[in-house]
Ligand binder design. Structure first.
Ligand code: FES
Length: 99
C-alpha cells in the first residue's frame, strides 16, 4: 500500500492487494477504496475521470460513487468497496471475504 502522502487530494491510484486490483481515491481529506474493475466489461477505472466523489469508467462512461461503490444509474450494481484509513502516514484498506 502507498504512503499517505503518495496519494494527494483529488488523485486516484491503482494498487494490487492480495490479488485484487483496488482503486484508491483521496477526496475530501479521506481515502476511499473500491474495486478497480468495472462490472460492465472489466475496464480499469484508474484510467477514468474523477469528479468529486464520482469516477467515470473510461470505456463506456458508467459513473460510480467512490464512497460506496454504487453505480449511479442502477442500485443493483456496485463495485466492491473497502474501508480505508491513513495511520502513521500509511494507507490501510480493510479487505474482507474470500481472496
Ligand atoms: S467497461 Fe466500464 S462502462 Fe463499460
Amino acid at each position: 500500500m502507498p504512503k499517505g502522502d503518495e496519494l494527494k487530494e483529488g488523485q486516484m491510484k491503482r494498487v494490487q492487494v492480495r490479488g485484487r486490483s483496488i482503486l484508491l481515491v483521496r477526496q475530501g481529506g479521506q481515502v476511499f477504496g473500491v474495486s478497480n474493475i468495472c462490472p460492465h466489461e472489466g475496464c480499469s477505472l484508474d484510467k477514468g475521470i474523477l469528479k468529486e466523489y464520482l469516477v467515470m469508467c473510461p470505456c463506456h462512461g458508467w459513473w460510480f460513487d467512490i464512497r460506496n461503490g454504487q453505480y449511479v444509474e442502477n442500485n443493483a450494481i456496485a463495485l466492491e468497496s473497502y474501508r480505508c484509513k491513513i495511520q502513521n502516514g500509511k494507507i490501510y484498506a480493510e479487505i474482507t471475504g474470500k481472496v
